[in-house]
Write a protein that binds this ligand. Structure first.
Ligand code: NCD
Length: 296
């Protein structure tokens, strides 16, 4: 199966992947030997690409990492032909692209399972699996958990996928975005229609009532005006002072990279769980690879 958006996957499949990731995180070994993961990243990445590689190696797979800059795309070869070629060399593809819909286009061309590793401002479903896993790990459940999503909700694909996952699992969702960087209203209306989710909108979060504060950076590269992006970042800053009123069980998650919106002083507090979350990327992506390769 392809894993392109959170719409491609049912609640029971997500639960199955999260269960499998839990066992792997607790020491279960999985064996996908003989299979080759192809990674094609047309946008920069640290965690997503390297945790996919680590997940593959820990599952005894091999990896082919396509590097745009030294590939025949530099000679003018098309995206479509490139996908054709890689499809003959691999068993599963993980694709990140600056253009919304590029992984979906690859899935049309390729007969292999394609995982969307982030496309423009659209979706980042494997990140959502890590986020749901982290919430379950620290809170024991997702349903009824008070989650506040804060940051650049307009451009952040991790947020767009996550809100769909949280809605499906019945979390209480509060949205906190600078004016002009809110989610598309139509996108939220669809989730309300599908899952009866009621969203709460706030200008600043009440951390005494929040179980999970999920932050993301202002996505500067998606702004025409970088000065405007900097202004947003200054207004949206979480530091240990802001956390003085927080519920003592609050956890903070972040897909990373963090910039000015999350002060390093928070790292020393018990609230900070984002580095654990980044580590969970490996067992979760192992479970995702196993699922899309349909290996039992
Ligand atoms: C995110 C991404 O690339 O969308 N990072 C990630 O995959 N862990 C978040 C971001 O870049 O802000």
């Amino acid at each position: 199966m392809d894993f392109l958006t959170m719409r491609d996957i049912s609640k029971s499949e997500i639960e199955k992947i999260l269960e499998s990731a839990k066992s792997i995180n607790e020491g279960e070994k999985i064996d996908l030997s003989g299979k080759i993961l192809g990674t094609l990243f047309f946008e920069s990445s640290t965690r997503t690409k390297l945790s996919f590689h680590s997940a593959a190696y820990r599952s005894k797979m091999n990896v082919i990492d396509f590097q745009t800059e030294i590939s025949s795309m530099k000679k003018g070869e098309s995206f479509s032909d490139t996908i054709q070629m890689l499809s003959g060399y691999c068993d599963v593809l993980a694709i990140r692209h600056f253009k919304e819909g590029a992984p979906a286009q690859a899935a049309q061309i390729s007969n292999l399972p394609v995982i969307n590793a982030g496309d423009g401002t659209n979706q980042h479903p494997s990140q959502t699996m890590i986020d749901l896993f982290s919430i379950k790990h620290f809170k024991g459940r997702i349903k009824g958990v008070n989650v506040t999503l804060m940051g650049d909700l307009l451009h952040a694909r991790a947020m767009k996928s996550l809100v769909a996952g949280l809605s499906l699992f019945g979390a209480n969702i509060t949205l906190c975005a600078p004016k002009g960087l809110e989610f598309d209203q139509e996108y939220l209306s669809q989730l309300t229609k599908q899952n009866k989710t009621k969203f709460t909108f706030v200008e600043s979060p009440d951390l005494s009532l929040t179980d999970v504060l999920y932050l993301c950076r202002i996505q500067k590269e998606r702004f025409a005006d970088s000065l405007l992006a900097n202004q947003y970042e200054e207004k949206f800053r979480v530091d240990s002072k802001l956390l003085e009123k927080a519920n003592e069980d609050l956890i903070i998650l972040h897909p990373l990279p963090r910039l000015g919106e999350l002060d390093v002083s928070v790292d020393k507090t018990e609230f900070a769980k984002y580095f654990d979350q980044a580590r969970f990327a490996v067992p979760v992506r192992q479970a995702v690879l196993k699922h899309v390769l349909e290996v039992n």
